[in-house]
Design a protein around this ligand. Structure first.
Ligand code: TNX
Length: 545
């Protein structure tokens, strides 16, 4: 009988002999592709005694790394400020170095050698993104939620120098059409951070539901957060978001919001809250019909029809109400931008409203488009006075764009806004609408709103508009994808719509333009899908379209 012991010894010897002789291996399969990657010979091995050594500004990320490594390895890594004497083999050093050559904000320099991992970030976010890359260098099982036995926790030796191309790398989630719980939102933030995205646009209110507690106006959530059923002709069993009384819905308390904001911050994600106005506001009007032109009544209807409701632009009380709402929202969200919607405002109600018409006469506004501009400018003053900036959908340009506003372009206007000195975030329907189908064969897909957005097309997303004169490139902050959720009634389904398209988005927003290559992306994707498998993400299979 052959005993295993001598065989193991022999193998170990072979490995030791082979390691220094072997040349650098193939390039690691990273998404998004870093700015530069240089493969070097050898491997770094995680061992139970591996230490994470942190210096000023990197302790949180050190702890985050230790926490990420524990479930799969079963090791509890020490996070220390000194390496210890003697320095144990396999130390991971995290530090901030503001003078890294060729590396700017959110960038990092990562050097993996057989003895140590040295990760320097240009700032705290850079260290965090370097950690994401380090995790990708390890076997995919590192993402497992339970101890993975028999895995050699090795990372290939490399030198990586990396930084993002764009500073706004976003994803929008609509929690109005369907509601997702706080842990689900936090899970999405985790997954976004792994893709090096840094902006979560939280579409908190719309016609079908108001999802944020506003203490001054409690009916917004008492009434506005609930509707008779799941709606949109969906199977009632497709969701679990039912209240005790059987109504469909839910909302986040202000305490919830604070916790989600902190959770996002620890993952270097800024949350941009969206409070829709002057349209897409039926849920608010169901609670407070006095801020509409007609006085109501309104009820929340989720049949997927077209809505005609808008806040009354002639009534001063409307602005008092919205200022009260925004005051609380701005206290909760520390980020620069407050999104006020502004899309698809049906002007019928304003046309038939005496107060709105009177407002137009007094202010010298020649049509309802200018009344929309007046509305947004008034809100802009409220937002600016609190030290934030306003951002809104393409339509906020109607009737003249508010002076300090940024535009989120979904149906055009980026070039005009950018050349006039406004900041712009690109989220064109053609490349960034994750509510669209992932295949032309609808029989194999869950029912979606329509459209067709395959992975290859997301990958082709170029945020700088072709027609923009290059001197205005810096006005384009970046881009994002939007997940509208009329037909996405649960969080597993959210994952299905987001993954793997978010991987293509990530590379479009992070990697150098010239480095992008669809063939190479397809070759690297299976490794990413293996990571998603380990962490139990419900991504769409069959990604070749
Ligand atoms: C348009 S995109 C909307 C949303 C819908 C979406 C469906 C935008 C600013 N508004 O209210 O959910 O189409 O694709």
């Amino acid at each position: 009988m052959i005993t295993l012991k001598p065989l193991c010894k022999q193998l170990r010897w072979l490995v030791l002999l082979a390691a220094p002789l072997a040349g650098a291996g193939p390039l690691p399969e990273l998404i998004p592709l870093p700015q530069t990657v240089e493969a070097r010979p050898g491997v770094f091995t995680l061992a139970p005694q591996t230490r994470i050594v942190v210096s000023a500004g990197t302790r949180d990320t050190g702890r985050y790394l230790a926490a990420q490594l524990t479930p799969a390895t079963g090791y509890h890594f020490k996070v220390k400020t000194t390496p210890g004497d003697p320095m144990p083999a396999g130390t991971i050093f995290l530090s901030i170095n503001t003078n890294l050559p060729g590396v700017g904000a959110e960038g990092y320099d990562l050097s993996v050698t057989p003895e140590a991992v040295t990760l320097q970030g240009a700032d705290a976010a850079g260290v965090f993104y370097g950690v994401q890359t380090l995790l990708q260098l390890l076997p995919p099982e590192i993402y497992a939620t339970n101890t993975a036995a028999g895995v050699a926790w090795q990372a290939p030796c490399v030198h990586i120098s990396d930084q993002p191309r764009f500073k706004w790398r976003g994803l929008m989630l609509d929690v109005s059409r369907h509601f997702y719980t706080k842990p689900e939102v936090e899970r999405l933030l985790d997954l976004m951070a792994q893709q090096k995205l840094n902006t979560f646009h939280w579409h908190l209110v719309d016609d079908q539901g108001w999802r944020i507690e506003i203490k001054k106006y409690p009916r917004l959530t008492e009434v506005g957060a609930w509707r008779a059923g799941v709606g949109f002709k969906l199977d009632p069993a497709s969701t679990t978001a039912y209240g005790k009384d059987g109504r469909y819905g839910g909302f986040y308390t202000q305490q919830d919001i604070k916790e989600v904001v902190a959770y996002a911050q620890s993952r270097h994600i800024t949350i941009v809250p969206e409070i829709e106005m002057p349209g897409h506001c039926i849920a608010a009007l169901a609670a407070y019909p006095e801020y509409s032109c007609s006085g109501g009544p309104y009820s929340i209807d989720a049949t997927g029809g077209v809505f005609h409701g808008a806040y009354c632009a002639g009534n001063e009380a409307t602005f008092t109400f919205l200022a009260g709402v925004l005051d609380e929202v701005m206290d909760l969200f520390p980020g620069q931008y407050i999104h006020i919607g502004g899309d698809e405002v049906r002007k019928d109600a304003w046309r038939n409203c005496e107060k709105c018409q009177e407002r137009m006469r007094v202010e010298g506004l020649k049509d309802e488009r200018q009344l929309q501009s007046y509305f947004i400018r008034r809100i802009e003053k409220i937002v600016d006075a609190h030290g934030h900036n306003l951002i809104g959908w393409s339509e906020i340009r109607e009737g003249g764009l508010a002076p300090s506003a940024a535009v989120m372009d979904w149906i055009g206007g980026a070039v005009e806004a950018a050349t006039n000195g406004h900041y712009v975030v690109m989220s064109p329907t053609k490349y960034g609408y994750f509510d669209h189908y992932q295949s032309t064969n609808h029989t194999t897909e869950p029912h979606a709103i329509g459209g067709y957005l395959p992975l290859s097309q997301v990958y082709a997303f170029e945020p700088i508009p072709a027609k923009l004169p290059p001197q205005f490139d810096a006005q384009i902050l970046g881009g994002q994808a939007n997940l509208w959720t009329e037909y996405v009634p649960n969080f597993r389904h959210v994952q299905y719509m987001v993954f793997p398209r978010i991987c293509a988005l990530s590379e479009a927003l992070w990697s150098p333009k010239d480095a992008r290559d669809w063939t190479s992306f397809q070759q690297r994707l299976p490794a990413e899908l293996a990571r998603l498998d380990e962490e139990g993400v419900n991504y769409r299979k069959g990604f070749s379209e």
